[in-house]
Design a protein around this ligand. Structure first.
Ligand code: ZN
Ligand code: ZN
Length: 307
C-alpha cells in the first residue's frame, strides 16, 4: 500500500528491527528522490532468509535500527540522473521488473582488489543487514513498499519469461550457491557431491552442483517435507533424513555407502547454519576432497572438531 500526500511525500511502510530479540516494528518512512546514479524500486516480493531470523536474535553485530530484507524482486519506480541501463548494459526504464545484488563492495580494499573476494570486503554495504534505518536513505532493506538502491548497486532486469516467484526463490540462495559451489568448491564432472541441508541454500547448491556436471549428489537434510520437495525437483540422487537417521555416526555410514567405493564425497557442501554439522560433514569428505562451509554466516557458537 502506498500513501501519497503530494508529489514530495511518498510514504512507504517498512519492517524495522529496532532492538534484538524483539518483534519487528512497522514504520512509515518517506521515500526519497533518487540521487544521481541511484534507483528507487517498488518491492513486489521479498524473501525471508534464515539469516533474518539470526539477525533478529542478535547473532551478528549489526547496526540497528535496520529495515530487514536482503533478497527481493521489484519494479523500477524512479531513476536517478545518469541511470539508463542495468548491470548487463540493457536499457532500464520505469516499470521494469528487476532484481539487485544485496551488497555493494568498495572495490579498493585488500579483499576486493588483491584477492578478488568482494563478499569479504571490509567496507561492504549490505542492504537489509548493515544499513541504518535512521540515516539517509533509510529505505535500505527490502521489507518495505519501496527500496532505495544506492549508486553502484548491481541491478538486473528480469527476462519476461522468468516469474517473480521463480526469481525470488533464488534471491539469496542463488548468488550464495553460485559463489560457493561454482566459484569456490568447483565440483568436477563425475564427482560425488554431498550436500548437508535441504533448505533454500542446500537445494540451490545441489542444483548448481548438478549444472557443474557431477555424477552423484547425496542430500542429508530434513524435515521430510523439504526432502520431498527436493525429490520432486530431482536435485539429488539419494536422500538421508536427519530426523529418521538421528545419530551422526549412523548418518556417516549411510552417506559413505552412497559415495564411490565408500570414500566419501569429492566435495561436501555445508548448508545448514548448524555449527555441529561442520564436524559431521568433514567426516563425509574423502581425503584430499573439498569441504565448503556455506551456511555459517552468523554466530551460533563453537563446535568441537576432531582433526
Ligand atoms: Zn540470505
Ligand atoms: Zn572492499
Amino acid at each position: 500500500m502506498v500513501v501519497s500526500a503530494g508529489p514530495a511525500a511518498l510514504v512507504s511502510r517498512a519492517a524495522v528491527l529496532e532492538r534484538f530479540e524483539t518483534p519487528i516494528r512497522m514504520r512509515s518512512v518517506e521515500v526519497p528522490e533518487p540521487r544521481p546514479g541511484a534507483v528507487v524500486t517498488e518491492v513486489l516480493c521479498a524473501g525471508i532468509c534464515g539469516t533474518d531470523i539470526h539477525l533478529q536474535d542478535g547473532r551478528l553485530p549489526i547496526p540497528i535500527p535496520v529495515v530487514l530484507g536482503h533478497e527481493a524482486v521489484g519494479t523500477v519506480a524512479a531513476l536517478g540522473e545518469g541511470v539508463d541501463s542495468d548491470a548487463l548494459g540493457r536499457p532500464l526504464g520505469i516499470g521494469d521488473r528487476v532484481m539487485w545484488a544485496s551488497s555493494i563492495a568498495c572495490g579498493t580494499c585488500y579483499y576486493c582488489r588483491q584477492i578478488g573476494e568482494p563478499t569479504l570486503c571490509a567496507n561492504r554495504s549490505v542492504f537489509g543487514i548493515n544499513r541504518r534505518a535512521d540515516q539517509f536513505p533509510r529505505l535500505s532493506g527490502a521489507w518495505a513498499d519501496f527500496q532505495y538502491l544506492d549508486p553502484g548497486t548491481t541491478i538486473i532486469r528480469l527476462p519476461d519469461d522468468v516469474s517473480t516467484e521463480a526469481a525470488i526463490s533464488l534471491g539469496c540462495a542463488g548468488p550464495t550457491s553460485v559463489h560457493g559451489v561454482v566459484g569456490i568448491a568447483r565440483p568436477r564432472v563425475g564427482d560425488t557431491v554431498v550436500v548437508q541441508g535441504s533448505g533454500p541454500v542446500g537445494l540451490a547448491a545441489a542444483m548448481y552442483a548438478r549444472l557443474s556436471g557431477v555424477e552423484r549428489i547425496v542430500m542429508v537434510g530434513g524435515p521430510a517435507a523439504r526432502l520431498e520437495l527436493a525429490r520432486t525437483l530431482g536435485v539429488a540422487d539419494a536422500y538421508i533424513d536427519i530426523f529418521e537417521v538421528k545419530e551422526p555416526a549412523e548418518r556417516l555410514v549411510s552417506v559413505l555407502r552412497d559415495t564411490q567405493e565408500g570414500r566419501g564425497g569429492d566435495v561436501v557442501i555445508e548448508a545448514t547454519g548448524v555449527p555441529s554439522a561442520v564436524a559431521e560433514g568433514l567426516e563425509m569428505c574423502r581425503p584430499a576432497g573439498t569441504y565448503l562451509v556455506l551456511g555459517q554466516y552468523t554466530d551460533h557458537g563453537a563446535t568441537p572438531i576432531n582433526p
